[in-house]
Design a protein around this ligand. Structure first.
Ligand code: PLP
Length: 428
């Protein structure tokens, strides 16, 4: 092949795969549904185990179908490498554990996905990793003041779930650079089509592939993409630079340079914790990616039309959508989400919790589903579902009020979507 997929536009990257092929080979990436791989020479296997050679031997560590998904994600997100996981939460956990241990500290914005908040505020805290949460609108000085000697990560989401606030990349990256700490950004709700955080200086991107990447509501998956743009040899990350006793005293940094992070994530965290993506799910996710650009365009167009209509609805008290001028982070959305604001809207229904419940019950064909990023429009009441484990105070901190309903705007006909929502609102 004479053309590098990296040099083509994202719409082409999503649809095409330019891997080497033999004459008459399968056009789609084949599903290699196998845990293990054939060898005759034990020396070859030994080299694979030593990471001296790349190849497949056991699907917890790598598999050809999963690798095709990883390679595509690395290209789409402009990274140097990617690593897939069984779910978004598994990817986020591994992204953190690759560079954090007991005694370390994280600075994070407070408007995060509910599962990530409980991971940081509770689960990881119990293992000795502490997080300080800051309002994403806090000033550069306030962010800097939250850093400690042992801070190892600055964490945010491109689009906060469910507030749909757009991250101020310039501010976050500037603070992280001054503090010499890597940034990890969850890009799930924007998808690689609407935003590439690495191109704004972010170091590591994570995704729940379960959402827009799949887009069909059929499989769980997650992925880490390494920007390869952080200098790990600064004294703060000995686990990447010093010899790893669990890997023949190899230094990831000295052996793999700017691939150190993503290789350690695989050779150490994925190997030991085992939340590998199944080849079948990778196969489905590759199918999903082929239409990502078309879907994201329609999701964004429908969501903006619905959000605009709902702002005028008397039974809606407020509307939060990334691309509405009334959103507090609208200027970030205009700067970083030029192709569209994605498909999620958060609205306040008149009548509080009761009004929200009545609205959901009154829908004709739109269903209550615990999901976003699906082609099918659905609604969710975060206070009683995804953010149920949070206290009232924490709910308010991450923007989840009792009257809030999250609408995942699908790719159906926009008039049908607006009509069903408006008739349900008229009934409350
Ligand atoms: C859904 C979601 C996750 C978690 O992903 P799973 O695949 O459900 O584990 C993480 N971050 C965001 C922004 C999400 O929307």
């Amino acid at each position: 092949m004479s053309v590098d997929l990296k040099n083509l536009e994202i719409e082409t990257q999503l649809v095409q795969s330019l891997e080497e092929f033999e004459e008459g080979e399968s056009r789609t990436v084949p599903l290699v549904q196998s845990t293990t791989f054939n060898y005759t020479n034990p020396d070859t296997l030994a080299e694979l185990f030593d990471l001296k050679k790349l190849g497949y031997f056991y699907s917890r560590l790598s598999n050809p179908t999963v690798a095709a998904f990883e390679n595509k994600m690395a290209i789409l997100e402009k990274g140097v490498g990617a690593l897939a996981f069984a779910s978004g939460q598994a990817a986020i956990t591994a992204a953190i554990l690759t560079i954090c241990k007991a005694g370390d500290h994280i600075v994070a914005v407070s408007t995060l996905y509910g599962g990530t908040i409980t991971l940081l505020a509770s689960t990881l805290k119990n293992y000795g990793i502490e997080t300080t949460f800051l309002n994403p609108e806090a000033s550069e000085e306030e962010f800097k003041a939250a850093f400690r000697e042992n801070t190892k990560i600055l964490y945010g989401e491109t689009l906060g779930n469910p507030e749909m606030n757009t991250l101020d990349f310039e501010k976050i990256v500037k603070v992280a650079k001054e503090k010499d700490v890597p940034t990890i950004v969850d890009n799930t709700l924007a998808s690689p089509y609407l935003c590439n955080p690495i191109s704004y200086g972010v170091n590591i991107v994570v995704h729940s592939a379960t959402k827009y990447i799949d887009g069909q509501g059929s499989v769980l998956g997650g992925v880490i993409v390494d920007g390869g743009n952080y200098n790990w040899d600064n004294g703060k990350f000995p686990m990447l630079v010093e010899p790893d006793a669990s890997y023949h005293n190899m230094s990831y940094y000295k052996t793999f340079g700017n691939l150190a992070y993503i290789i350690k994530a695989r050779a150490n965290i994925l190997r030991d914790m085992g939340a590998a993506l199944s080849p079948f799910n990778a196969f489905i996710l590759l199918r999903g990616l082929e239409t990502l650009h078309l879907r994201m365009e329609r999701h964004s167009e429908n969501a903006l039309a619905l959000a605009t209509a709902l702002e005028k609805n008397p039974n809606i008290t407020w509307v939060k959508y990334s691309k509405l001028p009334s959103h507090y982070s609208y200027k970030n959305a205009e700067k970083y989400l030029t192709k569209g604001g994605s498909g999620v809207i958060l609205v306040g229904v008149k009548g509080g919790r009761e009004g929200a419940e009545k609205f959901i019950k009154g829908l004709e064909w739109i269903r209550a589903v615990v999901h976003v990023g699906d082609s099918r429009t659905c609604v969710l009441h975060p206070a009683s579902t995804t953010h149920r484990q949070l206290s009232e105070e924490d709910l308010i901190k991450c923007g989840v009020l009792p009257e809030a309903v999250r609408i995942n705007v699908g790719i159906e006909n926009i008039n049908d979507i607006i009509a069903d929502i408006e008739q349900a609102l008229a009934k409350i």
